[in-house]
Design a protein around this ligand. Structure first.
Ligand code: ADP
Ligand code: MG
Length: 696
């Protein structure tokens, strides 16, 4: 039976356009702040509240406070000229206040505020020339309509073109149709924390009675956070359990890797040797390796991967390395192929660009085992690619791949397969849990010997011409440089325009020594530019952030980053990691446009002061908060909507243990709670895990 979303969730997965008041114009704006489905609106938690509970008498009303006043309208004073506002005078037994309006007509205001009648008026109290006033009150209601005046009003994140009112109405509708889902929480845990049922918790989150209800520690908020963390951990544990249930091929230590080490022009670092020992232990154990290799940019992960792959090959198997982009695959190939050749081994590269007969030949070599070493992009997961005897899969920068893509590849191994995941994301262990669950973990802490720290300079943009002068001198001496243009908006075409403009102005000066690379280029063109940068004649490479991940040109020693204040800390660190890879001293110039905000300044200073990826990650967490760090593409970690790891991190190990016990006692999710947990998984779109673990 195909795994399918339970029917009870259907209303939540309808498009937001199915809600009243959400037309074709509004829907994309809402999709931007929340997502495309009704569920996404329901999960859009208020970012704050407007608190109107302060209800003083006029005489006590403090200027500068938001107040709700019960007043009687005593008179209208229409404006005498254009610059003067329209004033409506209102009183209670203690005093008088003016309600002030600009550009309002008399008939409109007399209807809204009829003289002699009582009204509830809510807005910011001000003092003007010794008199109290409220300019454009937020709410004016009659005493009968008192229920329409929200004393605690949730506030949602907005985007240009979307009004608070429209969004609020849509969210209210989403909250109103929440189905009562079967309880998936473990009873004792729920009672211990006093957590409400799921739908109640979500409704409460949208109808705060006080600002405290929105605090991350509020019971409803914690329950919702726990649900999300549990779905995340359960998915990971299910997948892991399925993989662990089967034994892995036994790969004893051979001598091929040792021979390769002799061919290297350098000695391995202690960290690299340590990681290899850990990997070797896994490969020989008879159990499937599930290991994460974490190392900062430039720490030398590729060599570790190659040596592990050679162990697999020496034992008669095939090893595959999958990387997210064509350029990265080629770069790995540049390291791996020459060594493979010296060892008499065939390494093939398969990417989306290979077509026709040439592709057929590659696929054939992979299928009959002629090619023991296989490198590729996600092209490797295609059905038509079959292996002769795949025993090790290495996945580089895996966050660019879905978990399911990784699983499809490892499933191509008939006799079971070891997995090594490589990542440069320097994230603390607890946060790693959310992305990788309980993978075993090796870390490359040492940098290869002989690396000189990158001299990092923070330079205002008005000194651009000095920077270009300096660049000219370095290029004349044979140096190579990157020039990174920033992400201007979420739009690639705008980024591209900025990069092209910079390219044009630098081209006027540097001529053929300059190249341009960006995300919109075809694979072959990108590669040609990279080739020209690696081997000449290009010495200055203008790039959008496509070079962010993994690119390795050791003799590039200068990195200029324009609008550095717009980049995140982790991203700047990744970019800077492109230089300082050879023995030459390198420079990184962070060009910024003043004035710098406080956090932007702190970011650039952190970067100038340290090149330790972990220190930078920690600083990043401090400056931005876990939620945001986790939410970014660069982090490679899942973005949570309801959980805020800064405040809910304590729930993560509880969710992990919960998930482990569930999978141990009810691996097929067959019990009543198991059924409810399936609903939870679908609610958080963990469909891939459900399918893979065959519990749907
Ligand atoms: P990353 O961890 O960022 O993927 P790479 O594997 O691309 O790093 O290695 C970066 C550079 O360091 C490569 O040029 C590689 O040949 C070199 N390298 C790797 N290990 C060592 C070492 N132990 N000593 C010196 N250079 C090394
Ligand atoms: Mg790399």
């Amino acid at each position: 039976m195909a795994a399918m979303r339970p029917e009870i969730l259907f209303p939540l997965f309808r498009p937001i356009a199915s809600l009243k008041g959400v037309g074709p114009k509004i829907a994309p704006l809402m999709a931007k702040v929340a997502g495309e489905r009704v569920r996404d609106l329901a999960f859009l938690l208020p970012s704050g509240v407007v608190d109107r509970r302060y209800q003083p008498k006029i005489i006590d009303a403090e200027p500068g406070r938001l107040a709700t006043l019960r007043v009687r309208i005593v008179g209208h004073q229409p404006s005498q000229n254009r610059r003067q506002p329209y004033r409506v005078v209102a009183t209670d037994v203690t005093g008088e206040i003016a309600l002030v309006f600009f550009h309002a007509t008399r008939p409109y205001l007399e209807k809204l505020l009829p003289p002699g009648e009582e009204r509830l008026v809510s807005g910011m109290v001000e003092e003007y020339r010794g008199q109290l006033q409220i300019t454009h009150p937020d709410h004016i209601v009659s005493l009968e309509e008192v229920d329409d005046l929200p004393l605690v009003e949730p506030v949602y994140p907005l985007t240009a073109g979307l009004t608070a009112r429209t969004l609020r109405k849509a969210v209210d509708q989403a909250a109103a149709i929440l189905p009562e889902l079967p309880e998936w929480l473990n009873g004792p845990l729920q009672r211990q924390h006093g957590w409400p049922a799921w739908a109640d918790a979500l409704r409460a989150a949208h109808a705060p009675q006080s600002p405290e209800d929105l605090e991350p520690m509020a019971s409803a908020r914690r329950r919702l956070a726990y649900d999300e963390l549990l779905a995340n951990q359960l998915a990971l544990v299910l997948v892991r359990a399925k993989q662990k249930r089967r034994p892995g091929p036994v790969i004893p230590a051979g001598d091929l890797a040792a021979k390769a080490v002799d061919l290297l022009p350098f000695a391995l670092t202690g960290s690299q040797r340590q990681a290899l020992a850990e990997i070797g232990g896994d490969l020989a154990s008879g159990q499937r390796m599930q290991r994460l290799l974490q190392g900062d940019v430039g720490s030398g992960k590729t060599i570790v991967a190659l040596l592990a792959m050679l162990e697999a090959v020496a034992a008669g198997g095939q090893a595959a390395l999958m990387a997210p982009t064509e350029i990265l695959v080629r770069q790995h190939a540049e390291t791996i192929a020459p060594i493979a050749e010296q060892l008499g081994l065939k390494a093939v590269v398969l990417t989306g660009r290979d077509k026709g007969k040439a592709r057929d030949r590659l696929v054939e070599d992979i299928a009959n085992g002629l090619a023991p070493l296989v490198l590729g992009t996600h092209a490797l997961v295609q059905d038509s690619v079959q292996f002769h005897n795949l025993t090790l899969v290495v996945v580089d920068e895996q966050h660019r791949f879905g978990v399911d893509q990784r699983m499809v590849l490892t499933d191509k191994a008939r006799g079971g397969c070891h997995t090594l995941v490589m990542t440069a994301t320097p994230i603390p262990r607890t946060l790693m849990l959310t992305a990788y669950g309980d993978l075993d973990w090796s870390r490359l802490i040492e940098k290869p010997a002989g690396r000189k720290p990158v001299d990092t300079r923070v330079v205002p943009a008005n000194r651009l011409s000095d920077v270009v002068e300096g660049l000219e001198r370095r290029l004349a001496a044979g140096g190579k440089a990157y020039w990174v243009c920033p992400l201007v908006e979420e739009s690639e075409s705008v980024d591209l325009a900025a990069a092209e403009e910079r390219f044009a102005s630098l081209h006027a000066r540097f001529g053929d020594r300059i190249g341009l690379i960006h995300g919109r280029m075809r694979g072959a063109d990108k590669e040609a530019v990279m080739q020209a940068f690696t081997d000449g004649p290009v010495q200055l490479l203008v790039a959008t952030t496509v070079i962010e991940v993994g690119v390795n040109v050791p003799d590039a020693t200068i990195m200029v980053i324009e609008h550095a204040e717009r980049f995140g800390l982790a991203q700047l660190h990744q970019l800077r990691g492109r230089v300082g890879r050879g023995s030459e001293a390198s420079t990184c110039v962070l060009l910024y446009h003043p004035p710098l905000g406080v956090t932007a300044k702190a970011r650039l200073e952190t970067l100038r002061n340290t090149d330790d990826g972990f220190a930078i990650a920690e600083q990043d967490l401090k400056l931005r908060g876990a939620g945001e760090v986790l939410g970014t593409k660069q982090s490679g970690l899942p973005a949570f909507r309801l959980a805020d790891l800064e405040h809910h991190a304590d729930l993560l190990p509880i969710a992990r243990d919960d998930a482990r016990i569930i999978v141990e006692t009810d691996p097929d999710l067959a019990s009543e709670r198991g059924q409810a947990l399936r609903t939870l998984l679908y609610l958080f779109e963990q469909d891939a895990a459900v399918r893979y673990a065959k519990v749907g």
